[in-house]
Design a protein around this ligand. Structure first.
Ligand code: NAD
Length: 510
């Protein structure tokens, strides 16, 4: 595999793990970033210390004091130029995403495109941070609602979207007038360094580089420090439900705000009137794409009984043609899992599900790759058939394991779909408008995302993204998600000569 992109992004050898407008000489333990497809070391990042964190946090705060006074459309102009830089470097950045987290190149490039898209969205938004005017009950008064920058935002990201999740947050939040301190996953630090280098270059020209602070460090030392730091009024955290529970409680204990984007357990329902060709394609992409390591991965397929056998057969056949291997190679559809721990979790989940009655239809084991990829963390995409929900179908195993089970009708499907702790994404395949609308209604899917005749994964940036219940309730990306990054101010102005009180209250001589 050519390593040119590492050299051109300045990632070969040893790299600093902290950025405060300049790259700090971090001297913590070296953290090697491995290519999950080969086991080879891509590069090494030096962990940051608490002292480094103070520099990053302090510089971000100072930059914010100036940035909040820059008019929002001018902030948008900086983000427009960041989008241009991302366009220029899309190929190299897409390659580092693929090489470091193992998703195929098409998905790596797609991830950078998502960063470009959200930058474009943020540019438009910079002229649309609309507040309200509100009719006052008092004469010669007016009320208005204004949105102001919130301060410095802490961003904690998961390994599986090592660039896009940060971009969803930081591009919107930059136009909202905030600074940022980013703690990326320790499994994908090089992508974080590369994204920061490329994007901060635009801001550095005017001394605003520290708005995109970066800190690579351990959860115990750096993560916890961020959660407890009152200079971070908002922590936006993406990752497992386990992590979200810690973040929510710890940030809540200091009455800070958290924006949580956590795990999913996404179901796709196929009714007997569905277009099965569409459904099969959507299921395979949703379940196998990113090797099942998307928060929106299709994990459960709920099939109306009359077509259960046929759909299962078609899925098993389609799984047989999934090519597994080096994610940067042409024609490969599925890359590796992120590490050996994930392979073991995959194996354990399959044994456990079988002990609960699930039947293995295909896959179920490691995939033995050869050549450069002999040291990779590959598994086979797996289908398990069940007669209904089992304890394992309540859990998110971050791997390409798909449970397929029969349902009686749309009502049964909605009930089974919703009967899990998570509530991120969901989909139904049907040509019946009544069933589709029921699925989307208040008595239908309880998820943040509910799709019709389209799979559970692959959201566009224009809509609000996120989920309910254990998924954490946060919303990022499009629609009015920007409001999470701002503080709302309600103002009443009296332009008259009297001082009438609200609710007609008389106080003293008035
Ligand atoms: P993870 O929970 O192991 O780690 C996520 C991030 O949280 C990492 O940066 C990690 O270092 C940090 N972290 C963990 N414990 C922490 C602590 N105590 N204090 C501070 N930071 C802490 O998740 P992962 O394995 O990197 O990612 C996979 C998970 O992320 C899956 O559950 C997936 O569904 C979820 N995810 C959700 C979304 C979404 O938008 N809902 C998007 C991507 C991934």
């Amino acid at each position: 595999m050519s390593q040119d992109f590492l050299t051109s992004l300045g990632l070969s050898g040893h790299t600093s793990g902290a950025f405060d407008g300049t790259w700090i000489q971090t001297s913590g333990a070296p953290l090697a970033s491995d290519n999950p497809a080969t086991g080879a070391v891509l590069g090494t990042v030096h962990d940051a210390s608490k002292a480094d964190y103070e520099k990053v946090m302090g510089a971000a705060h100072d930059a914010w004091l100036r940035w909040r006074e820059v008019p929002a459309p001018v902030r948008g102009e900086y983000v427009r130029r960041i989008g241009e830089k991302l366009r220029e470097r899309k190929d190299e950045l897409g390659r580092i995403v693929s090489a470091e987290c193992g998703k195929i190149l098409q998905e790596g490039l797609g991830e950078i495109q998502e960063c470009i898209d959200i930058a474009d969205f943020a540019v438009g938004l910079s002229r649309q941070l609309y507040g309200l005017t509100i009719a006052s009950e008092r004469p010669m008064h007016h009320m208005r609602e204004t949105w102001h920058p919130i301060g410095t935002v802490g961003i904690i990201t998961a390994f599986n979207f090592p660039a896009a999740v940060w971009a969803w947050n930081s591009m919107l939040s930059l136009v909202c007038g905030n600074a940022h301190v980013w703690k990326p996953s320790r499994k994908t630090p090089l992508t974080a360094v590369a994204m920061t280098k490329v994007c901060a270059e635009v801001l550095e020209e005017d001394g605003f580089g520290a708005l995109l602070g970066l800190i690579v460090g351990t959860d115990d030392e750096i993560g916890t420090t961020m959660l407890d730091d009152r200079r971070l009024p908002l922590i936006s955290a993406t990752g497992s439900v386990r992590m979200g529970k810690i973040v929510g409680q710890r940030v809540g204990a200091r009455l800070g705000r958290s924006l949580l984007e956590l795990g999913g357990n996404n179901a796709l329902t196929v009714l007997e009137d569905a277009d099965l060709d569409l459904a099969v394609r959507a299921i395979v992409f949703g379940a196998v794409g990113t090797a099942g390591q998307r928060c929106t991965t299709t994990r459960r397929v709920l099939v109306q009984r009359s077509i259960y056998d046929e759909l299962l057969q078609r899925l098993v056949k389609a799984y047989g043609s999934v090519t597994i291997g080096d994610p940067l190679a042409d024609g490969v559809l599925m890359g590796p899992l992120i590490d050996e721990g994930s392979v073991q979790a995959f194996e354990k989940a399959i044994v456990e599900a079988q002990s609960q009655g699930a039947r293995l239809m295909c896959g179920g084991a490691r995939h033995e790759a050869s050549g450069d990829c002999a040291g990779g963390h590959f598994v086979q995409p797996t289908i398990l058939a069940t007669d209904g929900p089992i304890p394992m179908t309540q859990e998110e195993t971050f791997a390409p394991i798909l449970y397929v089970m029969p349902v009686d009708d749309v009502e049964d499907a909605i009930r089974i779909q919703n009967d899990v702790p998570q509530g991120l994404s969901s989909a139904i395949f049907t040509m019946n408008v009544r069933h589709a609308e029921r699925f989307l209604s208040a008595v239908g899917s309880d998820c943040g995302i509910a799709n019709v005749n389209i799979g559970t994964s692959g959201a566009e940036i224009g809509g609000a993204f996120g989920g309910e219940k254990d998924t954490g309730g946060g919303r990022e990306s499009g629609s009015d998600s920007w409001k999470a990054y701002m503080r709302r101010q309600t103002s009443t102005v009296n332009w008259g000569t009297a001082l009438p009180l609200a609710q007609g209250i008389k106080f003293g001589d008035d």
